[in-house]
Design a protein around this ligand. Structure first.
Ligand SMILES: Cc1cc2nc3c(=O)[nH]c(=O)nc-3n(C[C@H](O)[C@H](O)[C@H](O)COP(=O)(O)OP(=O)(O)OC[C@H]3O[C@@H](n4cnc5c(N)ncnc54)[C@H](O)[C@@H]3O)c2cc1C
Length: 514
């Protein structure tokens, strides 16, 4: 690397302030010198997002000689353009909401405040920089003894690859190159320009009017956040409700919350073209059979991810690949080249940081220690961090029925949970799907302000084969919102009270009175 220009693309870590300087210093040190490669590595990891970092650190911790290659910023999407910055500004938007609704708690004057968007973004950048220390190139070299190479990794054969003109030979390799945002094919969008997750967190000025294309998790989180930060936001979604994967009543709660935040919902809507008008960027769309138009300052694209495979030279390594789905792997994360494995967004449909982490652990066991771990054994929860949050694990009712499983679905609205009422957070519910006639949990959905925390009780139960009755026997502190789950267990126990059991109990009690 000596003498080479640092590869950081400044446009992706704008603005150039102290926080971003620290970030870059950690995850793309400009003065970094790539090491001399070892004669052969136990494992070469390409891509230093969550999947790559966990794979590299875990393997090195177990004694493997590991090389880690990153072409842009260590930390990948999660740290730089995903979970961390989005949750940073979501926190600011929640604080704004809380001030707005502070009148209810007897705090007067809350209507009269000003939002400093620049400051909210600055806070996010400061915390992101702080967190970046965990993913720093120096930490991976010094603490874990990993050879960190900055540059684009490219296969040159089935057991070797190149980075920055240096050849690395490996016994095993891990492709952890993730995915990136791609714009939908809407005529005019490239010419007019748009924001993606790779650029939106660099904003220093709030767009007054924002169109968000795509009502999935990313689109919904950022729609609500920008609305609360003060933008007039319109969200376009082709389906009849936002978060189309989730139950319609769960999505409806989020939609109602967004409408209260001032968001314009454009459901059943398809963007047709984008152009530049006298009042900004113009999005022409079709809603049902009606032609409609929006004038905005910015367009944020929240749909479309493509696997990062370009430049990897996968053919040279005999690794099979699908341009849409990514690197093809079997259940053990092995590619068509038995030496090469993959983990994370590059190969897996559930594109989450916690999944990338779980897959990395499977990869280490299978690639280095003859493990037989399967991805199909994973229980994967997820959460959309809107307000309220929507979290899910396991099956949905429709999925279970499609598999021919008889389902008992129980729902407890948060209006039945004292703590949710006391907190003013009673918009939501806890729902569980059980295998009929048993307490076996097939899946669960929680809609609540802290649903991402609450879902874990279900994940643990499913993972360890614990039924809902066991949750019912577990004492939950009062008052907590997670009591909603205990109430589901009580509701389940009531369903077990058959007329015969009820009659027998009644007879026993009558006899006691006599
Ligand atoms: C806005 C947003 C919010 C999100 N929020 C959440 C959330 O709250 N919770 C959650 O669980 N998930 C969230 N995600 C998803 C999460 O960020 C991803 O699932 C996760 O980052 C995937 O990790 P990965 O390691 O597979 O890929 P990545 O993080 O994409 O890392 C891949 C790395 O490989 C590098 N690379 C690519 N090609 C090469 C090459 N040829 N040579 C060298 N390096 C290469 C890339 O530069 C990148 O750094 C969010 C995503 C977005 C976009």
């Amino acid at each position: 690397m000596k003498g080479e220009k640092p590869m950081t693309q400044p446009s992706l870590v704008l603005p150039q302030d102290e926080s971003n300087r620290i970030l870059v210093q950690n995850v793309r040190p400009p003065e970094w010198e790539n090491p001399e490669p070892a004669s052969c590595y136990n494992l070469v990891v390409i891509g230093a997002g969550t999947a790559g970092l966990v794979t590299a650190a875990g393997a090195a911790g177990l004694g493997a000689k590991v090389a880690l290659i990153e072409r842009h910023l260590l930390g990948g999407d999660c740290l730089n353009f995903g979970c961390v910055p989005s949750k940073g500004i979501i926190r600011a938007s929640r604080a704004i909401y809380d001030v707005h609704s502070s009148g209810e708690f007897g705090i007067l004057g809350g209507e009269d405040f000003r939002i400093d968007f620049g400051k909210a973004m600055e806070r996010m950048r400061r915390i992101r920089a702080e967190i970046s220390a965990h993913d720093s190139a120096r930490r991976f070299r010094e603490e874990f003894g990993i050879d960190v190479f900055l540059g684009e990794g490219s296969f040159v054969g089935p057991d070797s690859l190149e980075v920055g003109g240096k050849r690395l030979r490996f016994k095993k390799a891990a492709i952890c190159t993730g995915a990136r945002a791609v714009a939908p094919p809407i005529p005019g969008i490239e010419e007019v320009g748009y924001l993606t997750n790779e650029t939106v967190f660099s904003l220093t000025d709030l767009p007054s009017r924002l169109a968000v294309i795509g009502g999935g998790p990313l689109g919904c989180e950022l729609t609500q956040t920008f609305a609360r930060l003060g933008s007039q936001v319109s969200i376009l979604e082709s389906e009849g409700h936002l978060l189309s994967r989730e139950d319609p009543d769960a999505a409806e709660i989020v939609q109602n919350s967004m409408v209260r935040d001032g968001v314009e919902l454009c459901l059943n809507s398809k963007a047709l073209k984008v152009s530049r008008g006298s009042e900004g960027k113009v999005v022409n769309f079709e809603q049902g059979s009606k032609a409609k138009e929006l004038s905005v300052d910015e367009i944020l694209v929240g749909v479309g991810r493509a696997p990062n495979a370009k430049g990897l030279n996968l053919e040279k390594a005999n690794v099979a690949y699908d341009p849409k789905l990514g690197v093809k792997v079997n259940e053990r994360l092995q590619t068509s080249n038995p030496r090469i494995y993959a983990a994370g967004d590059i190969c897996f449909p559930y594109k989450f940081t916690h999944t990338a982490d779980a897959l990395a652990r499977i990869l280490i066991a299978n690639a280095l220690f003859m493990g037989r771990q399967k991805t199909s054994a994973l229980v994967i929860p997820w959460c959309t961090y809107t307000d309220p949050e929507v979290a899910h694990v396991g099956m949905y009712e429709r999925g279970a029925r499609e598999k021919g499983i008889e389902v008992l679905t129980l729902t407890v609205p948060l209006t039945q949970v004292d703590r949710a009422l006391l907190d003013g957070e009673a918009q939501g519910f806890a729902r569980v799907h059980l295998k009929k006639g048993t307490g076996k949990i097939l899946g669960a959905t929680v809609v609540a302000r802290h649903a991402g925390e609450m879902i874990n009780e279900f994940s643990l139960a499913i993972t360890s084969g614990v039924g809902l009755s066991a949750i019912g026997k577990t004492i939950h502190p009062y008052p907590t919102q997670v009591e909603a789950i205990k109430k589901l267990a009580d509701a389940y126990n009531r369903t077990r009270l058959t007329p015969l059991v009820r009659k027998a109990l009644g007879a026993w009690l009558k006899w006691q009175r006599s």
